[in-house]
Design a protein around this ligand. Structure first.
Ligand code: CA
Length: 354
């Protein structure tokens, strides 16, 4: 065997080894665990995690397998932030504003009272500064956050008594999360956050006087209309975006193609949820309106809306003063909304007033 043949043989062995290595990497199955805030088989929200996991597995030809644990399994509906941060789970599906008690600035990435509508907010996330600001904030906690599905404009909630003035809000015990809870507290109400599974009992036993959950898409099955007949239109959650949370170390372990597959699966599942929410709300509202004619749809009096707006602005100013990143996010959102809203006014709003 001459030198050239040995060299050829050597090169061919190296090439074979490299190809084998590549083939092994391409076959390697990555298993991820996901904890969601919702009970097992919860409609719409739970469909979103299953949809995302199924797309990721199919698109990766079986190389990505995601196990979903519902609240029934991990028992910590509002513990997703901690469980993903610590690495107990690789991923989570929840809502960013649930973490306001730990990191106040997280609440801006779900929805804001009197804030952007869903199309405006998606435009801000993907074409404005939304994604970059969310990454900047969650990076401090070694996590990534991605939009996780939108409910669309939410209803203002179920009330046992009519709200005729701001005096009716004083002492009102209401389940309402996010910044809206703080706005109501400023007007004398007593807001609280209670996980989905405990809401009906809390309302029935008068632990709370009122609650907001989502809208017809998810409210119908909860049965609130049987115990609280006043269904108010929304002001507090015009564009509630859920969240896929990711532990940064778990993300870094994935090859670039699987990261991209996950990005696409999460983004598609998020958009699917927005459309599913719209469809389910339309269907369920038709059912509610025909089967429960005692439901009274109400809009808060203008004096109440004005007081809520004023309290909202005052609280935002305090948050901006206390935190430079809160100010940065608020400035970005208000500048974006100002521009986008002019377009909304002359497009959708004008069309709807035809
Ligand atoms: Ca809600």
């Amino acid at each position: 065997m001459n030198f050239l043949s040995i060299k050829k043989l050597f090169i061919s062995v190296i090439c074979t080894l490299l190809l084998m290595n590549q083939a092994m990497a391409a076959d390697k199955v990555y298993r991820l665990t996901l904890a969601e805030s919702w009970p097992t088989n919860f409609p719409v929200f739970g469909d979103t995690t299953k949809n995302m996991a199924k797309m990721a597995e199919t698109m990766s030809n079986g190389r990505l397998k995601i196990t979903i644990d519902s609240k029934n399994k991990h028992k910590a509906a509002l513990g997703i932030f901690d469980m993903v941060r610590s690495g107990q789970y690789d991923m989570g599906h929840s809502a960013s504003y649930y973490w306001k008690g730990k990191v106040p600035e997280t609440l801006y990435f779900t929805t804001m009272p009197f804030g952007m509508t869903t199309p405006e907010q998606y435009a801000w996330f993907y074409f404005g500064d939304g994604m970059a600001l969310m990454e900047k904030l969650y990076d401090k906690y070694d996590m990534l956050s991605f939009p996780g599905g939108n409910t669309g404009n939410q209803m203002g909630g179920w009330f046992k008594k009519e709200i005729n003035s701001i005096d009716d809000l004083k002492g009102l015990k209401m389940r309402i999360p996010g910044f809206a809870g703080e706005v109501l507290a400023k007007l004398g109400a007593k807001p609280t956050n209670i996980p989905a599974g405990e809401l009906y009992t809390a309302l029935e036993r008068n632990t709370i006087d009122a609650l907001e959950w989502v809208g017809p898409s998810l409210d119908l099955r909860m049965g609130f209309h049987k115990i609280a007949p006043y269904y108010y239109t929304g002001w507090h959650e015009p564009a509630t975006e859920l969240q896929f949370l990711f532990n940064k170390k778990s993300w870094a372990k994935l090859p670039a193609d699987l990261q991209e597959i996950l990005r696409v699966a999460m983004r598609t599942a998020a958009y699917d949820m927005y459309i599913q929410s719209y469809h389910t709300s339309a269907e369920n509202w038709a059912t509610m309106a025909s089967e429960y004619p005692n439901i009274k749809v109400k809009t808060f009096p203008q004096s109440v809306i004005d007081a809520l707006k004023k309290a909202n602005q005052e609280l935002l100013a305090v948050e901006a003063e206390n935190s430079p990143i809160a100010k940065e996010i608020q400035d970005s959102q208000s500048a974006y909304m100002k521009k986008a809203r002019v377009w909304t006014e002359i497009s959708d709003k004008a069309y709807l007033s035809n």
